[in-house]
Ligand binder design. Structure first.
Ligand code: SAH
Ligand code: SF4
Length: 359
């Protein structure tokens, strides 16, 4: 990276158009450049073979092509790959690639750390450092795509979930712009229905998403439908009531006509009693939702334990008596710390982990 030059990936559409106009280049050059950067994943202007040589040289003298450094990569025995990525300012985020049947899902981070401090989440213990820029979000998907290509995988990334570090709705402009690029047919071309934004429940953000023209899926991290219990594990819940959340979800459905997924981490003994299930029934009411149940993934020093397979099965069985679709999320990449923020803690606090293949 040359400090004198600008990262071409950080330019907005308008800025790049303006730059090319000043050079007297035709408009379609911007589309060609966009394709090289985000679809073909080129990192050298010499590769932009459909551009005139003089323009390539000019681009190379004015810009560099931003990329994130893979500081650490851990491959789980179930095929899940976790990347710890170094940003240009030295901060780090993580990205997870989850192969499952024909799907290749990338779990991306939207912020470095998170300000919301949920007690069950490793990212929450890090505090908030900064928002990620659009290109830094998109780049995480490109790193996963390049990895698949490098290991000779025929399949490209099919799905993207904003379930890594951070609260995407507190970085909404960059997240919406990143979705636009990821979805673009000259970019990674990931279907809008295959992109899911997960939120802890930022009301203004949910309303903005509902009103935005971009299509994608929304997931709400509910984890408990009892107000006091939510407040104990998610400080944000003190400011956002279940009642207001319900209204926001209903509005989202009204505008988008898309079912919202409720995410529910199973914290055995805390949110899995009959009373908890009844509260969930009351919360959902007539909302069109699906329920995704996630076994708690412990992290060193975390306050909860994960459910035993029997406890988890029993909870799923009890939830399946309800009239909504309930899907258990398979624990993935457990041997490399599969959840939010956890590889970061492992690498940076040098906790010894058995059986982890790192390269
Ligand atoms: N901030 C957003 C998105 C990132 S967290 C949100 O909270 O929704 C993505 C998902 O990972 C959330 O559903 C979150 O609850 C879950 N998660 C965090 N820590 C976890 C853990 N220790 N075990 C299992 N799931 C976890
Ligand atoms: Fe932030 Fe989501 Fe983790 Fe809560 S669960 S601390 S909102 S990343």
């Amino acid at each position: 990276m040359d400090p004198e030059k600008k990262n071409i990936k950080s330019l907005s559409k308008k800025e790049l158009e303006e730059y090319l106009r000043e050079l007297g280049e035709p408009k379609y050059r911007r589309k060609q450049i966009f394709t090289w950067l985000f679809q073909k994943m080129a990192y050298d202007f010499n590769e932009f073979t459909d551009l005139p040589k003089a323009l390539r040289q000019r681009l190379a003298s004015d810009f560099y092509i931003g990329r994130l450094e893979v500081k650490h990569r851990a491959v789980s025995s179930d095929g899940t790959v976790k990347f710890l990525l170094k940003l240009e300012d030295g901060l780090e985020v993580e990205t997870v690639l989850i192969p499952d049947g024909k799907r290749r899902t990338v779990c991306v981070s939207s912020q470095v750390g998170c300000a919301l401090g949920c007690t069950f989440c490793a990212t929450g213990t890090l505090g908030f450092k900064r928002n990620l820029a659009t290109w830094e979000i998109v780049e995480q998907v490109l790193i996963a795509r390049r990895y698949l290509r490098d290991i000779g995988e025929e399949r490209d990334v099919t799905n993207v979930v904003f379930m890594g570090m951070g609260e995407p709705l507190l970085n909404l402009d960059a997240v919406l712009q990143a979705i636009h690029i990821l979805n673009h047919d000259r970019g990674p071309n990931i279907g809008a229905r295959k992109i899911t934004v997960s939120t802890l429940g930022i009301l203004e953000g949910i309303y903005r998403l509902a009103d935005s023209p971009i299509q994608f899926k929304l997931a709400l991290s509910l984890h408990s439908a009892i107000q006091e219990k939510r407040e104990k594990i998610m400080p944000l819940a003190k400011r956002v009531s279940l009642k207001d959340l319900k209204k926001a979800i209903a509005y989202f459905y009204l505008k988008k006509r898309r079912w919202v997924t409720l995410e529910y981490i199973h914290l055995p003994g805390y949110n899995d009693t009959e009373e908890d299930i009844q509260a969930l029934v009351a919360f959902i009411g007539t909302l069109p939702v699906k329920i995704n149940v996630i076994p708690y993934n412990p992290y060193p020093g975390g306050p909860f334990r994960s459910p035993t397979p029997e406890e988890f099965e029993d909870f799923i069985r009890r939830l399946r008596r309800l009239p909504w679709t309930v899907t258990p999320r398979k624990p993935r990449g457990r041997d490399i710390f599969g959840a939010c923020g956890q590889l970061f803690l492992h690498v940076n606090r040098a906790e010894p982990v058995k059986g982890v293949q790192t390269r």
